[in-house]
Write a protein that binds this ligand. Structure first.
Ligand code: AMP
Length: 305
C-alpha cells in the first residue's frame, strides 16, 4: 500500500509538508469522511486526486454531531477496507485521529454555530447536528491546510499551495452550510462539490444503506423516483406539482416521509413561487428525508432550468 496512515495532527503536518516538498506540489486536497467508505466517497477521492498534487482523506466519526449515543456506537467502522479503497484511488495520506486527538480537553467549549440554516430540514430532527458537524469540519480544514510545515510558508499564506476540500452533493444542507461557513468566516480554502453517486436502480449510496432489509431497500427507491419526477418537470419548465410527488412517496407504506420541499440552494428557504402551479424556471434544490424501517435516509436533486 502506498497510502500512509497518520493519526496525529503533527504527523499529518509533517507528512503533507514532506510530500509537497518532494513533489514540488502546488496544491493539496482534503476529503473529510466518517469512514465506512463506498463508491460515493471514492468519487470524492478520485476528483481530489485528479485536481491536486497531494491528497489527504480524513476518517473521523465525530461524536459532536450525533445526538444519540446509540447511533454513534452503531456507526460502522471499517478502517482496513477504507484504507484499501483510498489507496486504490491514489490518496496519499489517511488521517484517522482518535477522539482524544481531536478533542483533547473533552468537548470544546467554543463551537461553530450553524445559525438558522442549520435549524431547518435535517437540523429540525437532529438538534445541534450541524453545529457539531461544522465545528469538526472547521478543525479538519485547519488540520488539512497545506504548507504549515513547509519552509517558506508564512502567516499571510503567500506562496503556499492551493487548498481545496471536497464535499458530496448528497449532503446538500451540509454542503450549503460549509460553503456559508467558509465564506462568512474567510477560511482560505476552495470548496468543491461532487455530484451524488447512486446505485444502478437510483438509490443514493450511503453508509447507512447497509442497515436496510431487502424490502426496505426496494421501498427506499421511491425517494429517488420522486426526485426524478420533480427534476423532469423542472427540465421541461412545467409546474413542479410537488403534491403529486409527495403522494407518490406517501403511497409506499414502509416509507415515513419527514419532508419533501423545493428550496433556494443558497438559503435553503422554500421557493414560494415556481414550484407548485407556475412553470419552473431558474435554480432550485429538491430536498427529501424519510425514515425507511429503522434508517433515516436523505436525498436531493439540484434543479436548474
Ligand atoms: P460521510 O462519511 O457520510 O460523512 O460522508 C463524507 C463525504 O462523502 C460527505 O461530503 C458526503 O456528502 C460524501 N458522500 C456520501 N455519500 C455520497 C454519495 N452517494 N455521493 C457523493 N458523495 C457522497
Amino acid at each position: 500500500m502506498a497510502i500512509q496512515l497518520v493519526t496525529t495532527a503533527a504527523a499529518l503536518r509533517a507528512e503533507s509538508a514532506r510530500l509537497l516538498t518532494r513533489r514540488r506540489g502546488a496544491s493539496q486536497g482534503l476529503v473529510p469522511t466518517m469512514g465506512a467508505l463506498h463508491e460515493g466517497h471514492a468519487q470524492l477521492a478520485r476528483t481530489a486526486v485528479a485536481q491536486n498534487d497531494v491528497v489527504v482523506a480524513s476518517i473521523f466519526v465525530n461524536p459532536l454531531q450525533f445526538g444519540d449515543a446509540a447511533d454513534l456506537d452503531r456507526y460502522p467502522r471499517t478502517l482496513e477496507a477504507d484504507l484499501a479503497l483510498l489507496d486504490a484511488e491514489g490518496v496519499d495520506l489517511a488521517f484517522a485521529p482518535s477522539v482524544d486527538e481531536v478533542y483533547p480537553g473533552g468537548e470544546p467549549l467554543v463551537r461553530i454555530t450553524a445559525g438558522p440554516m442549520g435549524e431547518k430540514w435535517e437540523g429540525a430532527s437532529r438538534p445541534g447536528h450541524f453545529d457539531g458537524a461544522l465545528t469538526v469540519v472547521a478543525k479538519l480544514l485547519h488540520y488539512g491546510t497545506p504548507g504549515a510545515g513547509l519552509p517558506g510558508g508564512d502567516a499571510t499564506g503567500a506562496g503556499l499551495p492551493a487548498y481545496r476540500a471536497y464535499f458530496g452533493q448528497k449532503d446538500a444542507q451540509q454542503l450549503a452550510l460549509v460553503r456559508r461557513m467558509v465564506e462568512d468566516l474567510n477560511f482560505p480554502v476552495e470548496i468543491v462539490a461532487v455530484p451524488t453517486v447512486r446505485s444502478a436502480d437510483g438509490l443514493a449510496l450511503s453508509s447507512r444503506n447497509r442497515f436496510l432489509s431487502d424490502g426496505e431497500r426496494e421501498a427506499a427507491l421511491v425517494l429517488s423516483r420522486a426526485l426524478r419526477l420533480i427534476e423532469e418537470r423542472a427540465n421541461a419548465h412545467e409546474p413542479l406539482d410537488l403534491d403529486s410527488a409527495q403522494a407518490l412517496v406517501g403511497s409506499q407504506p414502509l416509507v415515513g416521509l419527514d419532508y419533501f420541499e423545493v428550496v433556494d440552494p443558497r438559503t435553503l428557504e422554500p421557493l414560494a413561487e415556481n414550484c407548485r402551479d407556475t412553470p419552473f424556471r431558474g435554480e432550485g434544490l429538491a430536498l427529501i428525508a424519510a425514515k425507511v424501517g429503522p434508517v433515516r435516509l436523505i436525498d436531493n436533486a439540484p434543479l436548474n432550468s
